[in-house]
Design a protein around this ligand. Sequence first.
Ligand SMILES: C[S@@+](CC[C@H](N)C(=O)[O-])C[C@H]1O[C@@H](n2cnc3c(N)ncnc32)[C@H](O)[C@@H]1O
Length: 234
Amino acid sequence: MFPKTHEKKAYVREKFSRVTRRYDLVNTLGSLSLDHWWRYEAVRELARYPGPILDLCAGTLTLSKEIVRQRPRLVLALDICFDMLSYGVYRLRNHPALSFIRPVCGDGEKIPFPANYFWGETVAFGVRNLAHLEKGLSEMFRVLKPGGKVVILEFSRPQAPIFAPVYRFYLNNVLSRLGGWLTGDQEAYRYLARSIAAFPSPEEFVSLMEKTGFRSVSYRPLTLGVVTIYTGLK
Ligand SMILES: C[S@@+](CC[C@H](N)C(=O)[O-])C[C@H]1O[C@@H](n2cnc3c(N)ncnc32)[C@H](O)[C@@H]1O
């Protein structure tokens, strides 16, 4: 099933709660470890930006940790799923990066921070999960300082003639089984495939960002368009 807009928030929180412990393992196996490189490339976009940085939809803090690794600075890691955040804190309990990261359980559609607060914002594989995408984008715009930069890493749909159908088959038949097998929740990985199919195209998403108010918006596909990095300034 694919959740209706009004059910999506609760559905997504419950799904991530169920897959928490194996979430990162499925990512790494399912992407042949490319997810580390994708996050590295996304965070590099913020090389010039000091803290505080907002890592929205932070999950198990994988991207927050990369932000600190590339440049130690304060990261506020916001996620609606308490289990994802607390497992992330548990995993990093002996890691020096944790002293730079403040996990906050809250809703990205109602960000619990004042306007013009962050120098940079990241969202990795998160915007697709928002129930109200426009609301999330306008909240991200509100809390960013003028001159600040947003970086969004999200799955997209490859278009290359031979690769596109092979990847679709992989997503719908292989990854959903692998995810189901490792987490015990195949439905969560069917949702992943459907949410990728339902997400706007890069051109549509760029125009949504521009409509929100971001300027100098651009995008860069990686791995033949399996993922895309979007950036914009306030
Ligand atoms: C696919 S995970 C991404 C985690 C992490 N950013 C990463 O790179 O692995 C998506 C996360 O978005 C969170 N999420 C979904 N809707 C949200 C919302 N409205 N506000 C905050 N977090 C949300 C989920 O709880 C989940 O942890």
